[in-house]
Structures are given as C-alpha cells and as structure tokens.
Design a protein around this ligand. Structure first.
Ligand SMILES: [Zn+2]
Length: 288
C-alpha cells in the first residue's frame, strides 16, 4: 500500500490491483470512493481508513467488480446509482467466476468466496444528484452516463478534487463493453466543465485537465481505426477480430498476476463490438 495525500482532505491509493481507492476526510468522518477489487486489499484499506476516522459512506462509481467487491468488508453506507444497485442484484458475477478469478488475483481470499461472501449493493441510491454535507464539508455526487450507464462523479469543491471513476482512466482505456460511445465522449465534456485541480481517475495516477485530453485521444484513436476499416469495406466480424487496444488495467503488475489472457481478450472483443455497433447506428461518432 502507498497512500498519497493529494490535498488537505484527500488520500488516494493507486497501487491496489483494480480501481483507485480514495478517502475524503471530513474532519474525522470519512467518505470513501470505490472499494478495492481484492478482499485482502479491502481489509488493509479499511484498517488504514479507520486510523484516520470513521467510515461513514462508500461511493461506488459503477457496478464493476473492481470497484465494488470490497464493499463486502466495509462498514458505513454504500452509495451508488440506482442502476448500480439493480445490476449488482440481477447480474452479479457468479461465485464460480469469482473463485476462479481470485485464485489468480488474491488466493488468500478464496475461502471468503467459497463461504460467506455476498455482493453488497448500495444502501442509498442516487438517480440524478446528491449532496452530502458531513461536518459541513460538501461532497457532490452526480449521475453521468459514460463508462457505464450508471456512473457517479464525486466532487469535493473545497479541495477542487474530482473523482471520475472509469469515465477517465489515466492508465489507458478500460473495457468499454458497457458504454455507449456517444455517452463516453459526452461524459468527458461534462468532466471538463468542473472546476478542479486534481482529477482522481478510475485507474492510473492522479492527473489534471491534460489527462482528460490524453484520454479523449485514446478513445478517438480506437474509434477512428474501427471507422476507417468499416469504410474500407471490412465486415463487423473482421473489425472485431482485428482491432485491439493496449490493456494496462487487467494485465499483470509487480504485485499481481492479473486477469487471464482469455478474459482480457473477451473484454477487448466486446469493447470493439460496442464501437462497431455504435458507429453503424451513428457514423458521425467518428468525428467526436
Ligand atoms: Zn475499473
């Protein structure tokens, strides 16, 4: 663990395998943004947070396992978009998938998944906008379709810090199988309207406005590649088989073996499929 204090109230951990995890310290009452992917990290993260104060709320920026599995070991109230709750209840990753995945990522947590583990869904659901005022510190949560159709942006105006979840990833493109590409670009426009000095992305190092622009270019490049192939007459199947983007999010790190090649490949094909479908429906997307 290597928590970094980036502003008076905000501490960020970017070295967990999975999402970035943050703590907003509202004078001893804490708001956490996203839960660790691995339960071992989540337990250490909880202990670290509790050395700073009481965990009051945990915000899930989306429903994906790398942002929500750690909810299971956390105290406090979980906050998420209503679709995050619905998707965690109706289409949670199966126990077999999680046991298989955790045998790779976090073997010491496998007994949890074979036993008591259950998906912990948001207790408090946001439809559009929610303001938390905790010891008079304002934390502003806003619904924004983007990486998924159920993302939440978390904003701490006092420190000018914006937590985007996977709407912006500094590490590179995440899987966008749950995105609509129009929303993906619209969300970046919305992010740029916030007044912030620090942007805590879903994955990768803490960044700023330039990080949003670099991320936008990564998305544009893949969409342009797909669009060029389609306009040269390639079939959808050919494009899906051919176009790949660099995955820096699910691959091995110094401390973790990462997802299997097979799962990474399935994220890639489903992501490219998404772009192909959206471009067929709306060819102007190639100019975003
Ligand atoms: Zn993620």
């Amino acid at each position: 663990m290597a928590p970094q204090k980036i502003s008076p109230r905000v501490t960020v951990e970017i070295e967990h395998f999975g999402s970035n995890n943050s703590i907003i310290d509202c004078d001893g009452r804490l708001v956490l943004v996203d839960s660790p992917h691995c339960l071992s990290d989540a337990r250490r993260w909880r202990a670290f947070a509790e050395s700073l104060g009481d965990i009051a709320f945990i915000v899930n920026s989306d429903h994906h396992p790398d942002h929500t599995i750690g909810n299971y070991v956390m105290p406090g109230w979980i906050i998420g978009h209503s679709i995050t709750r619905e998707r965690l209840l109706t289409e949670p990753p199966s126990r077999e998938y999680l046991i298989d995945l955790m045998q790779r990522l976090d073997p010491e947590s496998v007994p949890d998944f074979e036993g008591e583990y259950r998906v912990r869904v948001p207790d408090i659901c946001v439809h559009d906008h929610l303001e938390l005022s905790i010891n008079d510190v304002l934390v502003d949560l806003r619904y924004q379709r983007g990486h998924t159709r159920n993302n939440l942006l978390t904003y701490l105006p006092e420190d000018r810090v914006l937590f985007t979840g996977d709407i912006v990833c500094e590490a590179g493109l995440p899987s966008f199988q749950d995105s609509c590409i129009q929303d993906w670009f619209d969300a970046l426009d919305v992010v740029e309207q916030y007044e912030f000095d620090y942007l805590v992305p879903g994955h990768g190092v803490v960044t700023d406005r330039d990080g949003v622009q670099r991320y936008r270019e990564l998305g544009r490049a893949v969409v342009a590649e797909v669009s060029a192939l389609l306009s040269r007459g390639a079939t959808s199947e050919e494009v899906i088989a051919r176009v790949r983007f660099e995955d820096n999010i699910h691959v091995a790190t110094e401390t973790c073996i990462g997802y299997s090649q097979e799962v990474i490949e399935s994220f890639q094909t489903r992501s490219i499929e998404r772009i192909v479908e959206d471009l067929h429906a709306e060819p102007e997307l190639a100019n975003r």
